[in-house]
Structures are given as structure tokens and as C-alpha cells.
Design a protein around this ligand. Structure first.
Ligand SMILES: [Ca+2]
Ligand SMILES: [Ca+2]
Length: 479
């Protein structure tokens, strides 16, 4: 009874907005999304009871997806079946979750194969499963392992990977006393929906190893200031931390950390996260505690900074075969890949105007659009959740008013915007009380000056449980 009433109310609401029937359906399935949680994780697991060496072969690994609202308590994503693969990592863009992982094809010279699965965030349905390729600009293929995806300022997926140069990808070739390991980034080819990548110029990180050392498993994420790249130094079970001001810059080990070591002896195939709300960092690792078998557990440390080592006591177990639903005590759980369930949407303040002047003395309405795209249907946004600098809109309509500008985030200049009009994708067209927005912006930034360029922030939630963020630049006029 309760469910029926909710559906009716939403249907009426949608009808008021003039939604087509198919769009209404798209938006309603989302309330029961299996991915409805703040955080998502992919990890691999293997049942060690199947033989002493069974799980030493990564071809035996199975990828599981998990969800959490606090980063600490994790449960399986319901209805999403585990699948063969290892070293998974994942990222959300628009309405889609992309899960990258490796499989093995022993008929190939280099057997590691990069794959991507795409899930519809609203329904949980698997909408695509395919190989993904990384090539150079001249078309030659680049063999890699250990993909870590992120989204760049233009909304493209960027994979950080370890170059596979033959042999054991994380170590020096046999008989060589010292070698360099290279970590690259590669950017999604437009229109390939996360399946084709071209290597970015230069290396993101290089490390020189001796014959008994290994380095693998890059993890890229955005920190408080710039980007962080974690590397697993498997030979001593350490996590190394490097940073760069830009995503495609040269990452350097963080100077405050002795030898760049963030966590000593804790294990790896790590994932990092910067939590904006608390200003703290989260570090997930898998660890093999002393005991029978070769069983790893996934642990998390919450820590204040990345330029001081994480104390051993900061880690606590968050996923273990013994307690995770669907697994058993004989399962080893490894390779945590973490992401925030967040959509970065294109926002256009004063659609079809660029720059976007705002006169603090004028009263009235400020038009703002959250822009739809081929991979982002705006009817999935919870309309009552949308805020600009914390201010709710006075009116909301669905109409095609503008096209996304290629920078979604990192807008700093007054011309980081565009004037393009309708593009065939419906937008959320919002009208705000301009003076309320200005008061809210001044509460965050202090008094606004004439000519000041300010980036205003949009927040909201998706009906599928994700959060929504976006931004646009305005020029303040006070005269
Ligand atoms: Ca504009
Ligand atoms: Ca549009």
C-alpha cells in the first residue's frame, strides 16, 4: 500500500513536469537501486579450502561488489552476481558504474587482459561487459596491469596503470640487478564508453627497484590539494604515497614520509580516499594476519594527513571472509578498490551566457541549469535535493536549455563557460533567488568584491542513492 502511494505521488509530480512515459519509468526504478549507498567497493576473493595453492593463481579470483554508507560497514550489492576477475577498481560517471579488472588468456604472450563491466546505477543491470584497450597515439597496444580509474575535469575516465614489460610485471627481469618500473595514465577515447584509452604523454611515476623488490597496483584519487597516487611495494608490504598538483603531472614521493612510505608492513593493493566532510583520509589495504592458511582480510585506517606515516593501530577490519555475507572463513578477500557514489554534473549558471555576471545590487531570479548528456539523464536527480550554495531553487522545470561546457570541474577563469544552446538532452532548469545565493556565497567566501570571479557549487542527490555535485563560475559586479 505504502509503495503504491509513493509511486502515485511521483507519477503526478512527473506529469506536472511533463515527463515522457519512458523517462518516468527510468527515474522510478532508481529508488530501489542496489547501488544505493554513499560508497562502493570492488574486491576479489578466493576460497582457500579448495587446495593449498588454489588461490595463489589469480585466475581463480572472483570479483565482488560491496556498498557502504560509512566506509566501515560493508555489505554485498544485492542482485549483482560476482564474476571471474582480479585486481578490480571502479568509478561512477553519470548513470553508469564502470568496473575495471583483469582476466587471463594463456593463449596470449602477455596473458593479462583488461576488462570493463558497466552497470546501470538506477536498476543495477549489467549493461556491458567487454575488453578494454590501451594504445599509444600511433595505435600500438600497451600491455598493462592493475588499472585504477578516476574521472578528469572534462568528465573522461582516466586509468592509472603499471606497464607490463613482460615477465612478472611488478619485478625486475630474472638476472637483472636493478630496473625501473613505469606507471602511466591513459585517457578514454570520446564515445568509447570506457572501453578504449590512449596513453597520456610521459610517465606519471617511475621507481627504481633492486632484483628483490616489487612495485605494483597504482591507486589514484583526489586529495585535499592535488592528486595522490599510492603504489604497493609488495616486497616489504608497504604502501608508498606520491603526489602531483595535476592529474597528468609527474608524481613524486611525499617528502614528509621516510622513503615515501605511508603504511609499513600493512599490506596492499590499496585504495585511498580523501573525505571532504571530515578532512581525513581513508586507506584500505588487505592484510594477511598470522594464522593458518593464506587468508587476507580488508582493513581500513582513518588518518589525518598523508605527509605522516599511518600508525599500525589505526587499521581495523572492515571485510573478512568469515563475516561478509555470501563468503566463508576460508575465503581470502583482497585488492580493495574504492569509489564515492557521486555524479559530477555539468552546471551552467545563466544558460547561453558566458561569462556569467551577477550584480549584487540587482534583485530577482538567477537561472541555473543542470545539464543532461548522453550518459546523464537529469530525471534521476531528486528535485527537492538540489541546492546552489545551499540555497533551494524557487522553480524547477525540465527543458533543453544548453549544452555542457567541456570543463565540469576546476573552473577558475571567468571564461570557463560556454554559450551553446539546446543539444537534444533535457536539462534541469532551475530558478534561484539571486540575493539569497549571494548571501550564501558571502557566508562561505567573505564579502564579494567588484570583478571577483567566484566558483559556485551545486549539490544534490540522485534517486539511485548517489550524490550530485557540480560548479560554475560567475563574475561579481557590485556597481
Ligand atoms: Ca552560463
Ligand atoms: Ca541540454
Amino acid at each position: 500500500m505504502h509503495t503504491i502511494r509513493i509511486v502515485l505521488i511521483v507519477t503526478i509530480f512527473s506529469a506536472v513536469l511533463g515527463l515522457a512515459a519512458d523517462r518516468r519509468a527510468t527515474s522510478f526504478a532508481q529508488s530501489s537501486s542496489p547501488f544505493a549507498a554513499k560508497y562502493l567497493m570492488a574486491f576479489d576473493a578466493c576460497d582457500t579450502s579448495r587446495g593449498a595453492n588454489f588461490c595463489r593463481n589469480p585466475r581463480r579470483d572472483t570479483v565482488y561488489l560491496a556498498r557502504s554508507n560509512d566506509g566501515r560497514t560493508w555489505s554485498p550489492v544485492p542482485g549483482v552476481d560476482p564474476f571471474p576477475g582480479n585486481v578490480p577498481d571502479l568509478v561512477r560517471r553519470g548513470n553508469t558504474l564502470y568496473v575495471y579488472y583483469l582476466t587471463f588468456d594463456r593463449t596470449l604472450t602477455i596473458p593479462e587482459v583488461l576488462n570493463v563491466r558497466r552497470y546501470d546505477m538506477a536498476s543495477g543491470a549489467l549493461i556491458g561487459e567487454s575488453r578494454a584497450t590501451i594504445e599509444h597515439s600511433d595505435g600500438t597496444q600497451q600491455a598493462i596491469v592493475d588499472p585504477s580509474p578516476t574521472i578528469d575535469e572534462q568528465g573522461r575516465i582516466v586509468l592509472f596503470v603499471l606497464v607490463h614489460d613482460g615477465g612478472n610485471p611488478g619485478s625486475c627481469p630474472a638476472g637483472v640487478s636493478s630496473c625501473a618500473k613505469v606507471f602511466l595514465s591513459a585517457t578514454e577515447v570520446a564515445g568509447s564508453d570506457g572501453t578504449r584509452f590512449v596513453v597520456d604523454p610521459g610517465a606519471r611515476f617511475e621507481i627504481t627497484l633492486s632484483s628483490d623488490e616489487s612495485a605494483t597496483d597504482p591507486d589514484i584519487f583526489k586529495g585535499a590539494d592535488g592528486y595522490l597516487l599510492y603504489i604497493f611495494k609488495g616486497s616489504d608490504n608497504n604502501v608508498l604515497a606520491a603526489s602531483s598538483g595535476s592529474l597528468r603531472g609527474t608524481f613524486a614521493l611525499i617528502p614528509g614520509l621516510p622513503g615515501g612510505v605511508l603504511a609499513t608492513g600493512e599490506g596492499g593493493i590499496q585504495s585511498g580516499h580523501y573525505d571532504q566532510a571530515t578532512g581525513q583520509y581513508w586507506l584500505y589495504v588487505h592484510t594477511r594476519p598470522p594464522g593458518p592458511g593464506d587468508i587476507a582480510i580488508i582493513r581500513r585506517a582513518v588518518h589525518d594527513a598523508v605527509n605522516t606515516p599511518v600508525p599500525a593501530g589505526a587499521f581495523e577490519t572492515v571485510i573478512a571472509g568469515a563475516t561478509f555475507p555470501g563468503l566463508r572463513a576460508s575465503f581470502t578477500v583482497e585488492s580493495p578498490g574504492f569509489t564515492v557514489n557521486e555524479v559530477v554534473a555539468a552546471v551552467d549558471i545563466k544558460p547561453q551566457s558566458c561569462p556569467n555576471p551577477i550584480n549584487t545590487r540587482s534583485r530577482g531570479v538567477l537561472p541555473v541549469a543542470i545539464l543532461g548528456a548522453s550518459d546523464f539523464v537529469v530525471t534521476g536527480v531528486v528535485l527537492t535535493s538540489v541546492r546552489l550554495e545551499g540555497v533551494a531553487p524557487e522553480r524547477v522545470a525540465l527543458e533543453d536549455v544548453a549544452a555542457p561546457y567541456r570543463l565540469l570541474t576546476g573552473k577558475t577563469g571567468q571564461t570557463d563557460c560556454a554559450t551553446a544552446g539546446p543539444d537534444g538532452f533535457l536539462d534541469l532548469s532551475l530558478k534561484f533567488d539571486q540575493s539569497a545565493v549571494i548571501r550564501a556565497a558571502e557566508a562561505r567566501l567573505g564579502p564579494l568584491r567588484d570583478g571577483q570571479v567566484v566558483t559556485l557549487r551545486v549539490t544534490g542527490t540522485m534517486a539511485d542513492g548517489g550524490s550530485l555535485v557540480g560548479e560554475d563560475v560567475v563574475v561579481i559586479l557590485t556597481k
